[in-house]
Design a protein around this ligand. Structure first.
Ligand code: BES
Ligand code: MN
Ligand code: ZN
Length: 495
């Protein structure tokens, strides 16, 4: 998709679909009012007849006989003066869907000109482009009949008068990159476990390195991991014929010598049966999404390279398949992690932390500025936050605060849970330094407590995306979260 900023009056531009807003109580936005004059009052007529109410979520497609636009999409924007970020996102994604459905080839948006209570114009442009890109994503990789691709190729965006054009351009680029990163993440998440294996994740990361000179990728084999002493990670893939992989992607954007990197770590369980602690059968198919942490860090790297950020970033994916078999790890087995700490595996279904802990030790070598791991780690996070909010836990409050703020800014919501020492005793073991489960209560917290034993050498935050990484039910599929949060976090850093 091509995005362009429009400097001329949108009403004078030939386009397949021009999007304008109306407020409640029959009030036209300034852009709708301008256009109304050019199309013989077609908008004021549908407002007067009540065909469109102006409520958020309301939309109507017009085919005016006058003017330059083939179609006009009128969208409800709520009460004038009350438009907020959440409503704006809803409005632009609704508009994008309607445009795609109408098979328009080109579209022009005037919505980024609207004043949003709690945001600036640059934010509006980013969100608009991000949502357009997002709506264009469709999954058909494993369907025999490919979906007809949408016709839309160009989106023009008008911006408020006086808006700084280089700021607007940057905002547009950011929205595009975030959208691309989310699509990468969604595609990896949606691919089935028999296609998206640890090897496949490694190949995807290698392909990104071929596409972007700024990225270099290396993929460590089980043998190499053995030499590093990653007994915990390897205990997870022990029951599978699929080889585990440690995928290391390095992005170099900083011109400063020795600029320390920001590090992302992703859980890449390409299928989680639970292992010998086998999961029940219901909805087990959804455990193909257990690599969405990995998908989101790979998607974020894609976005970072697309943006050419002037910082260094390292992404490490701990990829494995968790299967039961005669070679699988058994409850009660004790393994030695790369850190030297021994772990009693009381439940083989608590495998995410077992692959992550070795990856978290591995990344010490990069002397990271910060480390953020992303994982579909606990069912308890789903029970606590549902599909709206990512659980955030951290040993470094300034990092937690920064991420919480950005999650509000991007609407890619996260909320903090305590990671207090009082919870640590739940992980005590009679037979090893630590147990891999902390009992039935406070599951998200004890999982993070486990990880915290391996993150002492740097500033660390943990994102449990078990609830937010995918949708169940009719809209089953990966969401591409938390790519917006991660990309915005990195965008705000300096070398
Ligand atoms: N991948 C799951 C977590 C999960 C469960 C994500 C449901 C999304 C929906 C993870 O590997 C797991 O099985 N966690 C266990 C841990 C328990 C055994 C301590 C869980 O949360 O039940
Ligand atoms: Mn599990
Ligand atoms: Zn899992």
């Amino acid at each position: 998709m091509k995005y362009a900023l429009l400097s001329t009056n949108p009403a004078t531009k030939a386009t397949d679909c021009l999007v304008v807003g109306v407020w409640t109580k029959g009030k036209l936005t300034a852009q709708a009012s301008d256009l109304d004059k050019a199309i013989d009052g077609a908008i004021s007529r549908v407002v007067a007849t009540g065909d469109i109410s102006g409520k958020v979520g309301d939309a109507l497609l017009l085919h005016p006989t006058a003017g330059k636009a083939k179609r006009v999409l009128v969208v409800g924007c709520g009460d004038e003066g009350a438009l907020d970020a959440r409503a704006y996102r809803k409005i632009v994604s609704g508009a994008a869907k309607a445009i795609l459905k109408a098979n328009a080839k080109t579209a022009t948006f005037t919505l980024a000109e609207l004043a949003i209570k709690d945001r600036e114009a640059a934010w509006a442009v980013t969100m608009l482009v991000q949502e357009c890109e997002n709506c264009c994503y469709q999954y058909d990789s494993t369907k025999s009949k490919k979906k007809p691709s949408y016709m839309l190729t160009t989106v023009n965006i008008s911006t408020p008068k006086g808006a700084h054009s280089s700021t607007m351009k940057e905002a547009m680029k950011a929205g595009n990159a975030i959208g691309i990163g989310m699509s990468t993440a969604k595609e990896l998440g949606n691919l089935p476990g028999n296609v998206c294996t640890p090897t496949y994740l490694g190949e995807t990361a290698t392909k990104l390195a071929a596409k972007y000179k700024s990225i270099s990728t290396k993929v460590l084999s089980e043998k190499q991991m053995q030499r590093l002493g990653m007994g915990s990670l390897l205990s997870v893939s022990a029951g599978s014929k699929e080889e585990a992989k440690l995928i290391v992607m390095q992005y170099k954007g900083s011109a400063k010598a020795g600029s320390k990197p920001f590090v992302l770590v992703g859980k890449g369980i390409t299928f989680d049966t639970g292992g010998i602690s086998l999961k029940p059968g219901g909805a087990m198919d959804e455990m193909k999404f257990d690599m969405c942490g990995a998908a989101s860090v790979i998607g974020t790297m894609n976005a970072v390279a697309e943006l050419g950020l002037k910082i260094n970033v390292v992404a490490v994916v701990a990829a494995a398949e968790n299967m039961p078999s005669s070679t699988a790890t058994k409850p009660g087995d004790v393994v030695t992690s790369m850190s030297g700490q021994t772990i009693e595996i009381l439940n083989t279904d608590a495998e995410g932390r077992l692959v992550l802990c070795d990856a978290l030790t591995y990344v010490e070598r990069f002397k990271p500025r910060t480390v953020i791991d992303v994982a579909t780690l606990t069912g308890a996070a789903v029970a606590t936050f549902g599909d709206q909010t990512t659980a955030l836990l951290s040993t470094h409050q300034p990092l937690a605060d920064e991420l919480l703020g950005i999650s509000q800014d991007t609407l890619d919501f996260a909320w903090q849970l305590p990671l207090w020492d009082e919870y640590q005793p739940l992980l005590e073991s009679n037979f090893a330094d630590i147990a891999n489960i902390g009992g039935p209560r406070a599951g998200t917290i004890t999982a993070a407590c486990f990880l915290s034993r391996f993150t002492k050498k740097y500033n660390w935050a943990h994102l449990d995306i078990a609830g937010t990484a995918w949708m169940s039910g009719a809209q089953k599929g990966a969401t591409g979260r938390p790519v917006p949060l991660l990309v915005e976090y990195l965008r705000r850093q300096k070398a």
